[in-house]
Design a binder for this molecule. Structure first.
Ligand code: NAP
Ligand code: G4F
Length: 317
């Protein structure tokens, strides 16, 4: 029988790649889309004929109940969030409401209307924050460093608690940074890829950056959505860390990205305090051995290939 999936955040980077994977597997895909004056369909334009769009919002419980009723899902992927860390200091309350409490609303909607469904929560390595051990695994304690990280920790524990309280099939993927040509333009990898292509084409002369010593464990989003799906195919619900097990600095990303088009990053990059954060996450590095062992999941795209993919995409755009 055809399976039904409900994806919140379907217009985002991960939502679009996950939709492609689920359609390929024969799922009926329903996507929750928030109302806006200019709908953000850029990432899913090509998928619109094959999916069912439902208007709703993580801030509006009644819309979530309706979405679950309407889609009768076997699987729910809660990917919607205010996902930009830097903005979470500007809109901390909204971030808490959507990225934190929104998870609770979605879990409760499932609890009421589809308790047999399986639930995936998009947890984040940002919860590790000022890391208490390296590398980070499923047992590493959290020390969030931003309103976003705090909100994700709330959503994470809400998921664990609904699983334990009501015996729901609910699990969290603690995903490390993952990128692609569909990444939001304000995130550092896409910002660099766009900056490099504009400089190469003579449209800009410099690229203003924040803390380029920060280190992240960067993978390709297309690989990571497969891990989300695999988590919901297990016999029992569990949480998994998903990452590459490699860490690189923003500086290394700059070096490779500029180098890819024959330029030297030091000739163009300038520091700008506007892009610094009140508190920083200095280093993230995953230990994805549980995902490898239990989900048989490993990332396919390497760091240099990811950088090249993103720069090439902007050069073509
Ligand atoms: P993204 O591109 O920013 O997508 C976020 C999605 O959430 C968009 O579809 C957005 O809709 C939607 N949304 C925002 N507020 C909403 C609301 N109030 N109600 C309903 N929908 C709302 O994020 P992503 O990179 O795909 O990440 C997916 C999820 O994984 C997020 O929860 C993120 O926090 C988490 N995560 C991401 C990473 C990463 O490295 N990418 C790592 C760990 C965890 P609009 O298009 O209308 O704005
Ligand atoms: O690309 P970023 O904005 O991503 P960040 O803060 O790591 O968050 C992303 O990954 C999380 C998983 O760990 C997700 F949960 C979250 O939703 C999001 O997808 O910044 C990466 C690093 C930071 O240390 C930042 O300070 O790059 C540094 N950086 C330096 N200059 C910059 C810039 N970041 C941005 N966005 N813009 C800059 O100019």
């Amino acid at each position: 029988m055809t399976k039904s999936a409900l994806i919140t955040g379907i217009t985002g980077q991960d939502g679009s790649y996950l939709t492609e994977v689920l359609l390929e597997k024969g799922y009926t895909v329903h996507g929750l889309v928030q109302r806006s004056a200019n709908y953000q369909y850029e990432n899913i334009e090509h998928l619109l004929p094959d999916i069912h769009v439902i208007t709703g919002d993580l801030a509006d419980f009644s819309s979530l109940v309706r979405a679950v009723k309407q889609s009768a899902p076997d699987e729910i992927y809660n990917l919607a969030a205010q996902s930009f860390v830097k903005a979470s200091w500007d809109i901390p309350e909204l971030t808490g409401d959507i990225t934190g409490v929104g998870v609770c609303r979605m879990l409760e909607a499932m609890h009421l209307e589809a308790p047999e469904a399986r639930f995936y929560q998009a947890s984040s390595s940002e919860m590790f924050g000022k890391v208490l051990e390296t590398p980070q695994n499923e047992n590493t304690p959290f020390y969030p460093r931003s309103p976003y990280g705090v909100s994700k920790a709330y959503g994470h524990y809400a998921t664990v608690n609904y699983r334990e309280s009501f015996n729901l099939y609910a699990c969290s993927g603690i995903l490390f940074n993952h990128e692609s040509p569909r990444r939001g333009r304000e995130f550092v990898t896409r910002k660099i890829a766009i900056g490099v292509s504009r400089i190469k084409k003579g449209l800009d002369t410099q690229l203003k950056m924040g803390n380029i010593d920060a280190k992240r464990d960067w993978g390709f989003a297309g690989d990571y959505v497969v891990a989300m799906w695999k988590m919901l195919q297990q016999e029992t619900p569990e949480d998994f860390v998903v990452g590459t097990g490699e860490t690189h600095s923003v500086k290394e990303f700059l070096e490779l990205a500029f180098g890819h088009v024959g330029l030297n990053w030091q000739d163009y990059v300038v520091e700008d305090s506007e892009f610094m954060r009140p508190t920083e996450v200095d280093l993230l590095l995953s230990d994805p051995s549980k995902a490898k062992e239990k989900l048989d999941w490993t990332p396919k795209v390497s760091f240099p290939d990811l950088v090249a993919m993103m720069v090439d995409s902007e050069m073509k755009a």
